[in-house]
Design a protein around this ligand. Structure first.
Ligand SMILES: C[S@@+](CC[C@H](N)C(=O)[O-])C[C@H]1O[C@@H](n2cnc3c(N)ncnc32)[C@H](O)[C@@H]1O
Length: 291
């Protein structure tokens, strides 16, 4: 775990939550997403700006296509919860930050147990904020404070009654790039071992060339330096075009993948199919099934 998130709330979790809060207040349907809880985690000043001046804030956030990426990622994963929750008996959200799906999709998930794992300080901040705002925590939601780089995931899962071998959904949204390759290998091995038939994993990743700072993509240097500056350095990537090989090591098969071009076409293109708001080209979102 980076030194920063050992002692402070994850800045990247706050930034992604801020993007969802802005998107929630957006008047532009292309940028609209449904995280009505995101604003409660943000400062009153931030909420005032995004609520009353969403167009101004959106123009400011849009520089470089990172905001478009975060909004479309929220929408891709929300659709999975909306349409496929019934298929899973357990949901494990790793690096949950201010993810509110356990509450927002409470009806769809009423039959399942949801486990959220995150760095202790970020997780406590979230729980306190929910309590402060009198938001009822679903009885099927369990919180697990963890440091993925130093603690044993199986031990943590066993302690809270996470079951091995049943159909589960694993979410790693905006997480893989902040872990080291060894930790990623351990986590994916363990997820594979715990996954029952038809379990699914949803995660996004950064291309390895960004970690090597090859400067192939527009704005990658700004993102790389920005993450380092706030103390949450980018440390893991997957080679572009190698996702099937990566998944097969852990006995998962690719179901779908959304790179920037597909996200642009799905969410930010006009009737003629022309993308009018390009999504930053350094990430990809993966949906995969246990073989
Ligand atoms: C970019 S945020 C994403 C948060 C959330 N999934 C979202 O999309 O809004 C990354 C999250 O990973 C967590 N994280 C990063 N490294 C971690 C580690 N070693 N152990 C536990 N959590 C970690 C941070 O605390 C943070 O909440």
């Amino acid at each position: 775990m980076s030194k920063r998130i050992k002692v402070k709330v994850s800045k990247t979790a706050q930034l992604t939550c801020g993007a969802r809060a802005l998107s929630y207040y957006s008047k532009d349907n292309y940028y609209k997403s449904d995280d009505y809880l995101a604003p409660i985690f943000m400062s009153p000043f931030f909420v005032f700006i995004v609520k009353h001046f969403p167009n101004f804030a959106s123009r400011f956030a849009s520089k470089g296509g990172g905001y478009e990426y975060l909004v479309s990622r929220t929408r891709v994963i929300d659709e999975i919860f909306k349409n496929h929750s019934k298929s899973f008996q357990q949901v494990l959200i790793l690096g949950a930050g201010f993810d509110s799906r356990a509450i927002r999709f409470n009806n769809e998930l009423s039959h399942a147990t949801i486990f959220e794992l995150d760095a202790p300080i970020t997780q406590n901040t979230k729980i306190n904020k929910l309590r402060e705002k009198n938001i009822e925590l679903p009885s099927n939601l369990k919180f697990i404070p963890v440091d993925f780089t130093e603690e044993s995931l199986p031990q943590k899962l066993d302690e809270v009654g996470f079951k091995k071998g049943i159909t589960s959904l694993y979410i790693l949204e905006g997480l893989t790039c902040y872990l080291d390759p060894e930790t990623i290998n351990t986590i994916f091995d363990q997820i594979s071992e715990y996954s029952g038939k038809d379990s699914m994993i949803v995660f996004d990743y950064i291309y390895s060339s960004v970690i090597r700072q090859e400067n192939i993509y527009k704005d990658e240097e700004r993102v790389y330096q920005g993450a380092a500056k706030i103390g949450e350095k980018l440390t893991f990537g997957i080679e572009k075009g190698q996702i099937k090989q990566f998944l097969s090591k852990y006995k998962f098969e690719l179901v779908d993948e959304f790179d920037s071009n597909r996200l642009g076409k799905k969410y930010y293109s006009n009737e003629k199919g022309k993308i009018f708001a390009p999504v930053i080209g350094i990430h990809s979102i993966v949906i995969a099934r246990k073989i």
